[in-house]
Design a protein around this ligand. Structure first.
Ligand code: SF4
Length: 492
């Protein structure tokens, strides 16, 4: 008797009853879920984009979308990989009903139906809600950094771009001169009424490169402008942008160092970890995306989430105010204005001075003067109490322009010169040239104080504790399991 098991299928055996595709794919195979989900979608708008009277009958868009989405979950993210899977893998053959879809069909389909593919997200999301997978009680917003499709070694400053542009313009004018010369020769050969001569091929490339350089030049001007508004301009800090993808920005990598990057920001529902909103920014500022996400979620589901949760990056006054105005409870780590119960400067009667043994422990700035946390803010009286228990009254509002051209207003509070002049803590509180202490507070920061107050509640602390698991798991999956660490396409 042979030791090895017999092969159940003989490769050359002709079968009387050939197994069906249906029998070859297991009942619980995940590919069936994709098929089922996509069958529930409305395809009428997609179908309208096909001409019914010309050419070969087209493959239904649901089938191609199925292959693209299913392929994504299996790390098949190029059109050629999808073509190969549709020809050779049983699950794909089942999904696409045996169609042979070539890579160019996939590539053209993605370009043609970009908007449709985006709207599919909304369709699947609302289906998931109907099925009870999305609750919209707790939404965690979080971002990560993913490399742009641009080399870290190909970034350029305004001066470099200017030189390249000058060089390109020269090449273009040489090409134009060459083209005119060719035209003349062809006119002589074919007569002036012959077919128009074609642009020389290199000319096309030069024009495209010139457009890209102009876009990069514009981008670098914007970066310089923003830095100037923030007061961060310096001669040894030259602004550079990626030239192959001028929409991207040189941002810190998650691992270390800097390179051309984008910041994808996703909002995830707390119940089952469904992603309910996704966006991509070309900066490290994630906060503005959170209130936009609330609007998009409402547009899809007809209702706003109850709680939006985020890390310290979402601690931005505009974001806090925007979510408060929308009636959404925001849970983020935030410190209230001035000293709280946890701070050394806190005492139940703020008009009393800080005890002498605690004065040493009051928080100091790098310059060696008391920080704002050494002062207690009183919202009702609209004043700060200093460590000596003296009152710093509201004096005026100052305003300055932010990087996005919006105006930020700050409320200024000042102590009396007579109080500070005779104060024993003067040396730790104000520089020698100043007569009295000044403390600032952003206009409208009551919203931050309310958020800080809310974060003290046990149930909110419990919700916030789940933030890491809910918000960061999708990125761990996208980067670790799907291996997506770099965008395939250029442009935001
Ligand atoms: S210097 Fe003025 S503000 Fe500072 S602790 Fe003394 S009295 Fe208060």
């Amino acid at each position: 008797m042979a030791f090895w098991a017999d092969n159940p299928l003989n490769r050359t055996q002709t079968l009387l009853f050939h197994p069906t595709l249906e029998e070859m794919v297991g009942e619980n195979h995940p590919v069936r879920l994709f098929d089922e989900l996509l069958r529930q979608q409305d395809w009428s708008q997609w179908e309208l984009q096909y001409c019914r009277f010309r050419g070969q009958p087209p493959i239904h868009p649901r089938i191609i979308v199925g292959a693209i989405l299913y392929g994504m979950t299996l790390r098949l993210t190029s059109s050629r990989q999808l073509e190969d899977a549709c020809n050779n893998r049983l699950d794909f053959i089942w999904l696409v009903h045996g169609h042979h879809i070539d890579h160019s069909t996939f590539a053209k389909f993605i370009i043609k139906h970009k908007k449709g593919l985006e709207s599919l997200f909304a369709g699947i999301s609302s289906l998931a809600r109907q099925m009870g997978y999305i609750e919209l009680k707790e939404i965690v917003t979080d971002g990560t950094r993913i490399q742009a499709n641009s080399s870290p070694h190909k970034t350029a400053s305004k001066e470099e771009i200017k030189k390249w542009l000058a060089c390109l313009e020269q090449q273009i004018s040489e090409s134009l001169a060459q083209m005119a010369q060719n035209d003349e020769q062809e006119d002589r050969r074919y007569g002036s009424s012959g077919s128009p001569s074609q642009l020389p091929l290199p000319f096309h490339g030069l024009i495209k490169r010139k457009e890209l350089m102009q876009k990069a030049k514009q981008a670098v001007v914007e970066v310089e402008k923003r830095r100037a508004q923030k007061g961060e301009s310096s001669p040894d800090k030259i602004a550079k942008v990626p030239v192959s993808d001028p929409d991207a920005r040189v941002l810190p990598n998650k691992e270390a160092g800097f390179s051309p990057n984008y910041t994808p920001v996703i909002s995830t529902d707390g119940k089952h970890g469904f992603i309910v909103d996704a966006d991509v920014t070309a900066s490290t500022a994630e906060a503005p995306v959170q209130s936009q996400a609330v609007d998009r979620i409402e547009e899809i589901h007809g209702t706003r989430p109850e709680h939006m949760i985020g890390d310290g990056l979402y601690n931005d006054l505009e974001n806090v105010q925007a979510l408060e105005a929308k009636g959404v409870t925001l849970l983020i780590p935030v410190k209230p204005t001035g000293a709280t119960e946890e701070d050394v400067a806190y005492r139940s009667d703020p008009t009393e001075p800080v005890s002498s043994e605690l004065v040493e422990k009051l928080p100091l700035s790098p310059n060696g003067y008391f920080t704002r946390n050494a002062f207690i803010f009183n919202l009702e009286l609209d004043c700060f109490f200093c460590p000596m228990g003296k009152c710093l009254d509201f004096k005026c509002i100052t305003s300055h322009k932010k990087s996005d051209d919006s105006i930020r207003e700050t409320r200024v509070y000042k102590a009396l010169s007579s109080d500070c002049g005779s104060c024993p803590l003067k040396g730790q509180c104000i520089p020698a040239k100043q007569k009295n202490r000044r403390v600032e507070r952003m206009q409208g920061s009551e919203a931050l104080d309310r958020t800080a107050e809310r974060m003290k509640q046990t149930e909110n602390q419990e919700r916030f504790r789940r933030r890491g698991v809910i918000g960061e798991t999708p990125f761990a999956h996208i980067k670790g399991n799907l291996g997506i660490r770099r965008f395939r396409h250029r442009g935001r």
